[in-house]
Design a protein around this ligand. Structure first.
Ligand code: ARG
Length: 573
């Protein structure tokens, strides 16, 4: 469709040059003004002329009518003015034939922009804080991050997924104190992460009344930093337990990381960077702390060292970025976190620039909005958190219940119930723009009839069963669509043709929801086609083959699109 848009833009410009004398926008600008009308009666590509009416000092309908007179082209079956729009109609038989054979030939690589060959992208995502709960607030970084990784891989980039574990900091002092006061080895061994979280939560509750506990925690962390063997052993143990727990969740999501180098890994890599900042005269003292002044860029100072000389979150991030560049020579390094951390990233990105690292502009922060559940915002420090594993468990159980009632395939298969339950949560989460705050509703996410993951997976399973009944995927040669197509066939072909552009848009905007919305468009188009057109029972053999080819094309694209947003694709639901 991209080429056709380009063609339409060129035609519009030609006709405009002939008829108007004003200065005209560039072909790229015209192209970006083109729309895909939702109603096929309005054409396949439309040009809203009001965008030009000021420059041309002419009313939009007049512009549309004038342009329509001057354009003719073999790429389009009809070009006509309707109100202020110039509408381009495709030869839909040609489009359907072309799209079916392209998808059959390219298979699951159809839609890849192939822009990443030879390039490396590092993605820093998920990164929970060890011994704190892995809760619903981490869903965003985990699934947006992983989906961005899959999208980049699809485009041909070499990707390195890094789980930058929060495995260092005063929370370990707190946990060590809490464990010694109220915990026991047996309890931690049997209840694992649940016990660690309980201890952590109890520490905060008790410290409310007894602030001296905080001082004690700071001391224990200082001991840990100084290499105290006993504290180090506890730290390693807590970390191991937490990791084992996270891995269960990652397995459920089908996620694996290439590196688990967390914050602690960079401890010995910070001094060299601090030294460099000193040499460049970047550090100034602010109430005893060392900071980089960023006033000129209208940001508060970036904190590098506390009064007591200990390092901070930005210090570690800077050292980590340098290490990653030296190790991976990335073309891009992407960080996915909640928007609450946007200032932190803007600050230390600027410091990296001031330090003279030429790759500073390859650092990308991808923020996202907040998640709440039933309207309540989630807090980590109180017990009021929804753990990710509990959310998934509940979704999986509900899927099993629904399937038992409906007597569907998931009833008998744990694997399918997991794929559908977990998929429902991911799909729901990735439905809106990432910056929108979201209020989670499990029953909405799980509805089999709504715009949901189960609906999309169900549609995919439908394509599987149709193809199975058809005896496999037919060869597409000789499929000509040499007839006038039904509206459903036209729409489906057009949606299939849009996939490559949607992938590019998702990559350019770091927005997996572009794919989620595309999946819904594709499912809607396919289900209409399925209900309105006879596929296996079509009377003419040639039509039957054409419709099976459209089903096979949908199957390929839907499967790829679902995988791009971390959903699994069971063949039966
Ligand atoms: N552990 C941090 C948190 O949970 C997120 C880390 C993000 N990555 C980074 N390089 N700062 O808030």
């Amino acid at each position: 469709m991209k080429e056709l848009k380009k063609r339409a833009a060129a035609l519009i410009l030609d006709a405009a040059k002939k008829n108007f004398s004003a200065e005209l926008p560039s072909p790229e600008e015209i192209e970006s003004m083109l729309e895909y009308p939702p109603d096929p009666a309005m054409g396949d590509i439309a040009f809203p002329c009001f965008r030009l009416s000021r420059t041309l000092r002419t009313a939009p309908p007049k512009i549309a009518a004038t342009l329509a007179e001057g354009v003719h082209d073999a790429s389009f079956s009809k070009i006509e003015a309707v109100g202020g729009y110039l509408n381009f109609f495709l030869d839909s038989s040609a489009l359907a034939g072309r799209i079916c054979s392209t998808i059959a030939a390219e298979g699951d690589m159809y839609g890849s922009p192939r822009t990443g060959n030879g390039k490396t992208v590092v993605l820093d995502y998920s990164s929970p804080n060890v011994a704190k709960p892995f809760h619903i607030g981490h869903l965003g970084t985990t699934v947006i991050g992983h989906s961005l990784k899959l999208l980049h891989e699809f485009a041909g980039y070499h990707c390195v997924g890094i789980n930058y574990l929060g495995d260092w900091g005063t929370q370990f002092g707190k946990l060590i104190v809490a464990y010694r006061k109220w915990g026991s080895r047996e309890e931690v061994e049997s209840r694992e992460i649940d016990e660690l979280v309980a201890l952590y939560v109890r520490f905060h509750a008790e410290a409310e009344n007894d602030p001296a506990l905080n001082e004690e925690a700071r001391r224990e962390f200082a001991k840990l930093e100084a290499g105290d063997e006993e504290n180090l052993a506890l730290w390693r143990w807590f970390k191991e337990i937490s990791l084992r727990e996270y891995q269960k969740t990652y397995r459920l999501l089908g996620i694996s990381f290439d590196s688990y180098n967390g914050e602690s890994f960079y401890t010995d890599k910070m001094p060299a960077q601090i030294e460099k900042m000193k040499q460049l005269n970047l550090l100034t003292l602010d109430d005893g702390a060392s900071v980089v002044n960023l006033e000129e860029w209208k940001m508060p100072p970036c904190l590098i060292l506390k009064r007591d000389g200990s390092t901070l979150y930005p210090t570690r991030d800077i050292a980590a970025a340098v290490y990653r560049y030296d190790t991976y020579r990335f073309d891009k390094c992407i960080y996915v976190t909640s928007a609450g951390q946007s200032l932190h990233f803007a600050q230390w990105f600027k410091v990296v620039e001031l330090m003279g690292y030429p790759w500073y502009d390859r650092l990308v922060h991808v923020p996202y909005g907040t998640v709440s559940l039933g309207g309540a915002k989630l807090a980590t420090r109180t017990g009021n958190v929804v753990l990710l594993k509990d959310l998934f468990r509940e979704a999986i159980d509900k899927v099993r219940e629904i399937s038992a009632e409906k007597n569907t395939g998931a009833a008998g298969s744990e694997e399918v119930a997991e794929a559908v339950g977990v998929g429902a949560i991911i799909f729901y989460y990735l439905s809106g723009n990432r910056m929108h705050d979201i209020n989670f509703s499990l029953s909405d996410a799980l509805s089999f009839d709504g715009a949901t993951g189960p609906y999309a997976q169900y549609t995919y399973a439908r394509t599987c069963s149709l193809l199975e009944k058809a005896g496999g995927v037919p060869a597409t040669d000789g499929i000509a669509f040499d007839r006038s197509l039904t509206e459903e066939e036209r729409t489906l072909s057009r949606v299939l043709a849009l996939f490559p552009e949607r992938v590019t848009e998702a990559l350019d905007t770091y927005e997996p929801s572009v794919i989620t919305r595309y999946i819904l468009d594709l499912c809607t188009a396919f289900n209409r086609f399925y209900h309105e057109c006879q596929i296996l029972t079509a009377e003419q053999e040639s039509i039957r083959r054409e419709r099976i080819a459209l089903t096979a094309a949908t199957h390929t694209v839907l499967r790829r699109a679902l995988h791009l947003i971390c959903l699994k694709t069971p063949e039966k639901i």
